[in-house]
Ligand binder design. Structure first.
Ligand code: NDP
Length: 337
């Protein structure tokens, strides 16, 4: 059983060498009465929150990875052995699994069975998985959007950002996205239908860039990056604007976070700033799935994923998130069904 092992706690940006490949033995049988499953992993998801689990003190809702243990993350898997009444051999499931070819799932109750409904299975890690749900819950529940409002999304071509922008357009907002390359900016304007987009890496003054794209100010900022972009957005908010703090990927690998200097705008503009976790909104999952599948099938939204092939490519695929090399949702194909 090939596996990707977490080597040790890190500081700074994650590197491929923070993980290593190992081969170990796994019996493909489960003991009777243990209610466990053996699954064959098909796709693994690379998600920014996993960087947090590489830190010894994390103080979070999810414990750190254990040095020497298999990396864990969201995956799509096929049941190959089951001692659990709710799961049959052949079922396709999603939930937490190991970065390995086969995993023993001791507590399968948190896995969800997937009926792909004609869509590629890997989409259930992105568009129809946790990142897509983050976009849906964050946009509708936290941003309180109104038709005609001015919306800004950072890391806009990524797994979460691409859907936020498209939902905002469908809602009748004017939408601008920022991303880290010309290729991504073109994608935002030509594929995802953003009204405007810019490459933040070539802007010397983010405040001026936002003023250029939002001469009347921003009603909604969906923040995926934090740091200097958040600071610049604060200066450009309109009265009663909303900022949804979804993620801070620009700060995640720093030992102390950069200062945010423009909080005074929150008072001046009466801005509502709210951090959120997608897991707070799980009751909306069924309506999210219906809405997104329908939008996708009707051609109202599109989806871009970035697929790496083979378990061995897991570490490099994960590291890509932090240099922006991924174009769209980063996934790894471990095996074909
Ligand atoms: P993406 O697919 O957007 O991939 C990460 C992207 O972040 C990169 O492609 C890169 O895009 C950008 N990036 C990387 N480093 C930096 C940096 N230093 N400064 C600015 N941008 C950077 O990831 P996701 O869509 O999966 O996640 C987006 C955000 O949402 C993350 O912050 C994540 O932690 C958060 N999140 C929050 C959840 C919640 O419940 N609150 C749930 C899921 C995700 P570019 O080339 O454009 O710079």
């Amino acid at each position: 059983n090939k596996q990707v092992i977490f080597r040790n706690f890190i500081t700074g940006l994650p590197k491929e060498t923070d993980m290593e490949l190992r081969t170990s033995k796994l019996s493909l049988k489960v003991a009777e009465g243990c209610r466990a499953l053996i699954v064959k992993n098909l796709f693994l998801s690379c998600d920014p929150y996993m960087r947090g689990r590489m830190r010894e003190f994390y103080g979070s809702y999810i414990p750190p990875f254990q040095p020497g243990a298999v990396i864990e993350g969201f995956g799509i898997s096929k049941v190959v052995e089951s001692d659990h009444p709710n799961f049959q051999v052949g079922d396709i499931v999603t939930g937490m699994t190991g970065w390995e070819e086969y995993s023993l799932i001791e507590k399968p109750d948190r896995l969800r069975k997937i009926d792909p409904r004609g869509l590629p299975l890997s989409y259930y890690l992105g568009l129809l998985g946790m990142p897509g749900f983050t976009a849906y819950a964050g946009f509708y529940e936290v941003c309180s959007p109104q038709k005609g409002e001015f919306a800004f999304v950072s890391a806009a071509s990524g797994a979460v950002g691409q859907l936020v922008g498209q939902l905002a357009k469908l809602h009748g907002c004017y939408v601008v996205g920022s991303a880290g390359s010309k290729e991504k900016v073109d994608l935002l304007k030509n594929k995802f239908g953003f009204d405007e987009a810019f490459n933040y890496k070539v802007e010397s003054d983010l405040n001026a860039a936002l003023r250029r794209y939002f001469p009347q100010g921003i009603d909604i900022y969906f923040d995926n990056v934090g740091g200097t972009m958040l600071d610049a957005a604060l200066l450009n908010m309109r009265d009663h604007g909303r900022i949804a703090i979804c993620g801070m990927i620009s700060q995640q690998s720093l030992s102390s976070t950069e200062g945010v200097y423009n909080l005074y705008s929150v008072i001046m503009r009466r801005v509502k700033v709210q951090g959120f976790l997608q897991s707070d909104y799980l009751h909306l999952y069924p309506q999210f799935t219906e809405a997104i599948i329908n939008y996708f099938k009707e051609g109202k939204i599109v989806y871009v994923e970035d697929m790496n092939e083979g378990l061995e490519s897991g570490p490099s695929a994960f590291v890509r998130l932090f240099s922006g090399k991924n174009v769209g949702k980063q996934v790894v194909r471990v095996a074909h069904e």
